[in-house]
Design a protein around this ligand. Structure first.
Ligand code: ADP
Length: 198
């Protein structure tokens, strides 16, 4: 199935763009959503995280303590690698399984760590949503109230902006308001329909 991999740094606007493409008729698979599904209470992957990282990664009700896990892996690249080795193959497998069942003219695969995980191979086009770092920080703060330092750490753990831009086939500049964003999305949607042969 013709697929567009949608990526960008934290708070760049991936979900916003994906929602708009879905409203225009694309089918969207968001790997963050898959990750949450796969680590819900009762899922084998949650059990493996608890075994590998300790029972203190679980809340009293048995759900994943995402803040504790984030804290843990952002302090240690080797721990982060260990977590990713557990998560990424399962997410990728579920993404491909879900994609096989889609019926829209094309699929949008939202993959925040696209280049970091080498998943460009699953898409014909790479679409990058881009904003300057100051905008990323401001929007993430507004959305989640994370501390500036923590947001900066997350940004630093992701691929550098210049490299991400260099590897894009298509680019959306989301530094403006929705009046400048929506036309860019509509134009790309038309192009993807064409490329998909729809
Ligand atoms: P991502 O999925 O890349 O982390 P989101 O789509 O969640 O990013 O956007 C981050 C935050 O910024 C959200 O709260 C979203 O509503 C807001 N946002 C996205 N695009 C814009 C924009 N063009 N102007 C203002 N706020 C925006």
């Amino acid at each position: 199935m013709f697929s567009v991999a949608l990526t960008g740094g934290i708070g760049s606007g991936k979900s916003t763009v994906a929602d708009q493409l879905a409203a225009l008729g694309a089918d969207v698979i968001d790997t963050d959503v898959l990750a949450r599904e796969l680590t819900a209470v009762g899922q084998p992957l949650l059990q493996r995280i608890a075994v590998n990282f300790g029972a203190e990664m679980l809340l009293a009700d048995g759900a994943l303590d995402r803040a504790a896990l984030r804290q843990r892996v952002f302090q240690s690249p080797s721990e982060r690698k260990r977590l990713e080795a557990l998560l990424h193959p399962a997410i990728e497998a579920l993404m491909l399984e879900r994609r096989a069942a889609l019926t829209a003219p094309y699929a949008v695969l939202v993959i925040p760590l696209l280049f970091e995980t080498g998943q460009q191979q699953w898409a014909q086009r790479v679409l990058v949503v881009d904003v300057p770092e100051a905008v990323q920080i401001e929007r993430v703060q507004q959305r989640s109230g994370l501390a500036t330092d923590e947001i900066k750490r997350i940004i630093a753990s992701q691929i550098a902006r210049a490299e991400r831009l260099a590897r894009a086939d298509d680019l959306i500049d989301n530094s403006g308001n929705s009046a400048v964003l929506i036309p860019q999305i509509k134009q790309l949607h038309e192009r993807y329909l064409q490329l998909a042969g729809a």
